[in-house]
Design a protein around this ligand. Structure first.
Ligand SMILES: Cc1cc2nc3c(=O)[nH]c(=O)nc-3n(C[C@H](O)[C@H](O)[C@H](O)COP(=O)(O)OP(=O)(O)OC[C@H]3O[C@@H](n4cnc5c(N)ncnc54)[C@H](O)[C@@H]3O)c2cc1C
Length: 443
């Protein structure tokens, strides 16, 4: 194992806000006044919080970067534990090809550290502002039919449970598949060890195509290394992207104009105006052409203005019909949703609560702007999307908005009871169970 590495400072990271004890997520749609917000940096300090009678009575939520749209943190009245002082790469092991990293480290910090050492994570989500523990908690994913969610790259974890014990969970422990997607309710994740790959470049190709053609040849996505597409609602335009490892030199293309795209895409205009704006956005987005960049850069996107989002994971075989049904609903209901609708793919993975557990999975993500903190305009359109995608054996993304009960979700997760048993064993008093998860898990 190499020595601990110093964090390389990256660009500024925008996280959820916490002034005093008022906490809100990144979009500003989830907010509440916590009892206390603590920023412990050592395991001993964390243990003191976890064993403190007052904190236990009010309930404890660990917060990452606050990028979940769902109320997983459920701040109101609780003790919030922010791990911003518990960050950094602990060790890179070039023989085992793993990195061990403290739970509060952001993905961006980890990417920079790995790149400096000549390594990379096997995959990325669309942004890198989240913490490593936050990403794993909610089955955050990228887009590769050859890889599961990012939680599938976890090879071991250390977690401080409600009894003050530190549990080290490795690949030999059956609980690892429970811990992979932990939803913050098993305890405080202290550090995670991820599989890594040698640093490399990806060649990314972006083309504009009519949506019906993309859906008719959806099977092509089974073969790509990385890839997916964006549909621009109120138009029939899609932007298809794919990326694969290359030895070609780095290109200097600036890529599509992010600020212009944000203006054109993140709106709640009436459908006719939105159609024109989204068409222009699709034209602008296709100017990326071919780019060769560092592997993590190729898979990351610019952070949009605040939005709330829903996302459903459907079996690959149902994906084309699900998207066609969504297109009909957007037309019929005149839904005012942001562009683009993000369509991505993952391989099957083994986490008990992973929406990708059953086979190649298609993830369909829809967002709506949050023009002012506390705005509720997103609820009706996202509810309509939820109703459509549920009918295609959909499983909602844990971090995003959905309108389902625990009973409905339990029926879609064969390992649901196994996860509940683990949760009850490690946290019998429900110290880490906030109101949102209590509603789901206590059925
Ligand atoms: C702009 C944007 C883009 C996104 N892109 C993608 C994407 O490409 N793919 C995708 O699948 N998702 C995506 N997401 C969702 C995002 O990855 C998840 O919401 C992720 O969980 C956020 O991580 P976080 O660090 O902000 O955690 P938070 O949202 O702060 O917390 C998430 C959960 O993790 C728990 N938690 C955090 N740290 C710990 C810890 N140390 N111990 C125990 N529990 C902990 C919290 O209690 C909570 O339950 C995106 C979200 C946004 C806002």
């Amino acid at each position: 194992m190499t020595d601990a590495r110093r964090l390389t400072p990256g660009p500024e990271i925008t996280t959820g806000g916490h002034r005093g004890t008022a906490w809100s997520n990144w979009s500003g749609a989830v907010r509440g006044v916590a009892d206390r917000l603590l920023t412990p940096g050592t395991t001993e300090q964390l243990r003191e919080v976890v064993l403190d009678d007052g904190a236990r009575a009010r309930g404890i939520s660990v917060v990452g970067s606050g990028h979940s749209y769902a109320n997983l943190v459920a701040p109101a009245g609780r003790t919030l534990v922010d791990l911003r002082n518990h960050r950094g790469v602990v060790a890179v092991d070039p023989t085992a090809m793993t990195v061990t990293v403290k739970a509060g480290t952001t993905m961006r910090e980890l990417n920079w550290e790995l790149a400096a050492a000549g390594f990379a994570l096997p995959n990325q989500s669309a942004i890198d502002e989240q913490t490593v523990a936050g990403v794993v908690a909610t089955a955050t994913h990228g887009s590769s039919p050859k890889q599961g969610t990012l939680s599938s790259h976890v090879v071991s974890a250390r977690i401080l449970t409600a009894d003050g014990q530190v549990r080290a969970i490795t690949q030999d422990d059956p609980e690892l598949d429970g811990v992979r997607v932990h939803l913050g309710c098993l305890g405080v994740v202290l550090d995670l060890t991820f599989a890594i790959v040698p640093g490399h470049r990806l060649r990314k190709v972006v083309v504009r195509r009519p949506l019906p053609d993309v859906l008719a040849s959806l099977d092509d996505f089974r073969e790509v290394h990385f890839g997916g597409f964006w549909w621009y609602p109120h138009t029939s335009q899609a932007i298809v992207w794919s990326a694969a490892p290359t030895d070609e030199p780095h290109t200097s293309s600036p890529g599509p104009p992010g600020a212009l795209l944000s203006k054109l895409c993140n709106n709640s205009w009436p459908p006719r105006v939105a159609g024109a704006a989204h068409y222009a956005a699709a034209l602008a987005a296709s100017t990326g052409g071919v780019q060769v960049t560092r592997c993590d850069d190729a898979l990351l996107h610019h952070l949009p203005p605040p939005v709330q989002g829903t996302e459903y994971s459907v079996p690959f075989g149902q994906a084309a019909d699900a998207i066609r049904a969504l297109v009909r609903e957007v037309r019929r209901g005149g839904l005012r949703i942001s562009a683009p609708v993000d369509v991505r793919f993952t391989a099957a993975d083994s986490a008990w609560l992973s929406p990708s557990r059953r086979g190649i999975t298609c993830h369909i993500g829809v967002t709506h702007p949050v023009p002012a903190r506390g705005s509720r305009m997103w609820i009706a359109p996202l509810r309509a999307v939820d109703s459509v995608l549920w009918n295609f054996e959909g499983r909602p993304h844990w971090a995003k908005v959905h309108f389902r009960t625990g009973q409905e979700l339990a029926a879609r997760y064969p390992e649901w009871s196994r996860f509940q048993e683990l949760r009850r064993a490690w946290d019998p008093d429900g110290v880490f169970l906030g109101s949102h998860l209590r509603n789901l898990f206590e059925l």
